[in-house]
Ligand binder design. Structure first.
Ligand SMILES: [Zn+2]
Length: 749
């Protein structure tokens, strides 16, 4: 019999199933469902037996997702790298590149044909038009004709060459000087409000302003009391009501006139902490806040205490915000700001220069992300104006560094009774925090970009190399190598048909913090919980865009023109054909075999070239028309222009290369090739598009990022069983299952 899990009680590890045939719900215990976490809504199959308290399930198992359920593939996936190091003393290993001034290997020319099998667009960077922030590109032209730039062809071939020779990641984004930041749903522990009272070469001195210390009433119990006071109705009723587009009313704000971040104020604060409407925490509430010069206007009563403190205003920076923060301690009893020697030692805390530096870097990250918005607001930014709120937080400023008087949250760690150390400073209590490890920690050493001229990997020796950081030792060292292949532009052959002007759908920028897409677990398997905090996580490999077979207008084009998307002119229709040549010199037979393989791939496999690859553009088929090498002995003896040129058997060279890779790396090399084939040959049956909440593209009402928000919710709520299990990107070869639609609340789309 079949049914749906309708309730789970994770604490008791039990649940209930609603059978399809409208009977009483059936009890089950989690342990009866082997190897899977039950969740509400999950389809199951089971038999019923009578237990002591009623019907219960036996032979319980999860049903595969129904076949009519919509699934899709992500536009990109990865081809694994090989964990095994490259072979020693081998042309497929690391070695000194051959010289350019003598002929010591195979020299010649490969002539190729390349045909577009989906629409193709390669942009001309010289002819970009911009209107209201919306950019329009035109196709790359050479001598007045559409052409394929040599650099694009070279890049396309190099990426395959790198993958199949297990070469270094020539382009690898290192996280320097710190690991990536991400947002967590829960505040880090022990974030204590503080004010910077001194700043110098040794770091910062903080005055901790924790209002849960020395409180006038007993504050034990739950929900917990937060460490900063709250000024309710700073932005009444809330910053922005998205449904009605109503902004907050500044004239009803409880903030004093001229309020600014770091302002010294006097306030009447509730003597007892008040539960927040959400009932998740309690807080001391400032019911009246005035500039410190007007403190005499405040009189305490039975319920309220008069305190002095500081306003921490990050501004109307989120739609649903209405409160701000008051940083204070109960024994700060004078209107004037206390001098350092008036602050009791227990409130003072030192903070190292490294922590300050990391904080400054954190702030500069905000500036980088939000500079464009801040500059476009100009002097209309809050508090001068409220149009277009939410505005970036007040601490988002050019060149902003930690300074004396700043209000921050310090993540404190008590070392012993006397000493507290600060691990991290942040401007807000729910901050972006750094992952434990930078991405390069996960890259095996032999795959990091080549550093030494004498030990270059196959791709760097064939395509060229420039050392990332030149000249550290001061001694003379070679820091670049020109490579031994030269690509021509691709010249158009015959007529080609162009598409009308196309306004493309929004292309996403890579988001390496979507870790279930970029990492595998220690066992090399997809895992939605793996992050850069996971010590034994693995990078998935080299990113390739999956061949989509055809590009569908309902997927690649939208009407709205904004600064988020682009319009392209002169995209070529499938069938457009070009020729190009690759001149090579001094290649070893195995290197030439690898190059030929990287160029031609296999029957039915395509390359991915140009713009809008995630939308299905840019699949091209390369065919080698001829490969010729020069026999120098004949060439030098004769004056005929074709003397000494001879054809070579490309198939044999390709096979020789593949066979040698298998000898060096074993079956793992076949796993690598299988992934490359899965991505570049016949596409899977499921549709291919960015993850999104809806079956049809609907960026206006349901932006694609909602999918990631929902999946993150699933990860966070995994233990509760209230949402379906989170998902990770499957391996390239796992083409059956695909990904589900996910709404931003974590439910199925
Ligand atoms: Zn290399």
């Amino acid at each position: 019999m079949k049914g749906t899990i309708k309730k789970v009680l994770p604490e008791k590890r039990i649940g209930f199933i609603q059978p399809d045939e409208g009977r009483k719900s059936v009890f089950f215990h989690f342990s009866w469902l082997k190897g899977a976490a039950p969740s509400e809504g999950l389809r199951v199959e089971f038999d019923i037996e009578q237990g002591e308290k009623g019907p219960r399930a036996r032979n319980l198992r999860i049903l595969e997702a129904a076949s009519n359920e919509y699934r899709f593939h992500n536009p990109y996936n990865f081809v694994r790298y090989l964990e095994q190091q490259r072979p020693d003393n081998h042309v497929l290993g690391n070695c000194l590149p051959p010289p350019h001034d003598r002929y010591v290997g195979l020299t010649g020319r490969i002539t190729c044909k390349v045909e577009a099998v989906t629409p193709l667009f390669v942009s001309d960077s010289h002819a970009v038009k911009e209107e209201n922030g919306h950019k329009t590109y035109r196709f790359f032209l050479y001598e007045g004709q559409p052409a394929l730039p040599a650099s694009s062809l070279r890049g396309m071939i190099r990426s395959v060459f790198e993958a199949v020779t297990n070469s270094c990641f020539a382009v690898f984004q290192r996280d320097e000087p710190y690991p990536l930041e991400h947002r967590k749903s829960r505040a880090p522990k022990n974030m204590t409000p503080a004010r910077v009272v001194e700043l110098g070469e040794k770091g910062a001195l903080l005055e901790l302003l924790d209002c849960t210390v020395n409180a006038p009433v007993d504050i034990s119990g739950s929900p917990p009391v937060v460490r900063a006071g709250i000024v309710r109705e700073a932005y009444p009723p809330k910053v922005l009501n998205r449904k009605t587009n109503q902004l907050f009313n500044p004239s009803q704000s409880k903030l004093p006139e001229g309020a600014h971040d770091g302002m010294r104020v006097a306030a009447l604060v509730t003597k007892k902490p008040v539960p927040h409407p959400s009932n998740r925490f309690r807080a001391f509430q400032a019911v009246k806040v005035v500039p410190v010069s007007e403190h005499e206007s405040l009189t305490k009563d039975d319920q309220h205490v008069k305190v002095f403190g500081w306003l921490h205003l990050t501004g109307p920076n989120i739609e649903n915000k209405h409160d701000e923060r008051l940083f204070f301690r109960w024994d700060d009893e004078h209107p004037d700001p206390p001098q350092i020697d008036q602050v009791p030692n227990t409130y003072l805390c030192e903070c190292s220069t490294n922590v300050v530096k990391e904080y400054n870097h954190h702030l500069s990250g905000y500036w980088e992300r939000l500079q464009r918005i801040v500059e476009s607001l100009g002097d209309r930014r809050w508090p001068s104006g409220t149009n277009g709120v939410p505005h970036p937080s007040t601490f988002v400023e050019e060149g902003r560094d930690l300074r004396v008087g700043d209000l921050v949250y310090a993540q404190c760690e008590k070392k012993d009774d006397e000493h507290t150390t600060v691990k991290m400073l942040r401007p807000v209590c729910m901050p972006r925090v750094r992952y434990e490890y930078p991405r390069q920690e996960f890259l095996p050493e032999h795959l990091g970009p080549c550093q030494n001229y004498n030990e270059l990997c196959p791709a760097c020796r064939v395509f060229g190399w420039v050392r990332e950081s030149a000249g550290e030792t001061g001694t003379y060292e070679q820091t670049a190598y020109a490579g031994r292949v030269r690509f021509s532009h691709g010249r158009i052959v015959g007529d080609c048909k162009t598409e009308n002007e196309i306004t493309l759908a929004i292309l996403s920028t890579p988001k390496p913090t979507t870790t279930p897409f970029y990492l595998l677990n220690a066992a090399g398997q997809p895992d939605p919980t793996v992050t850069y905090d996971t010590r034994d996580a693995r990078l998935r490999g080299r990113k390739f865009y999956r061949h989509q077979g055809e590009a569908k207008p309902e997927e690649y084009t939208i009407e709205e023109k904004s600064d988020q998307n682009r319009t392209i002119r002169g995209a070529l229709k499938p069938g457009a054909t070009f020729t190009f040549t690759v001149d090579f010199e001094n290649l070893a037979p195995l290197e030439l075999g690898a190059l030929l393989y990287a160029l031609e791939l296999e029957e039915g496999m395509v390359h991915r070239l140009g713009y809008a690859k995630p939308l299905g553009f840019g699949s091209v088929k390369v065919t080698i028309e001829k490969t010729k090498i020069i026999d120098w002995e004949t060439r030098l003896k004769s004056i005929g222009p074709d003397a000494g040129w001879q054809s070579v058997n490309g198939t044999q060279l390709k096979q020789g290369f593949l066979k040698e890779m298998r000898t060096c790396y074993g079956e793992k090399f076949d796993d690598l090739l299988a992934e490359l084939r899965a991505l570049l040959a016949t596409p899977p049956e499921l549709p291919i598009h960015y993850p999104r909440p809806t079956q049809r593209l609907d960026p206006k009402h349901h932006p694609q990022y909602e999918w990631f928000v929902g999946n993150k919710k699933r990860v966070e709520k995994q233990h509760t069983g209230k949402l379906p299990p989170p998902v990770a990107l499957g391996l390239a070869t796992q083409v059956e299952e695909g990904l589900p639609l996910i709404k931003k609340d974590g439910r199925e789309g």
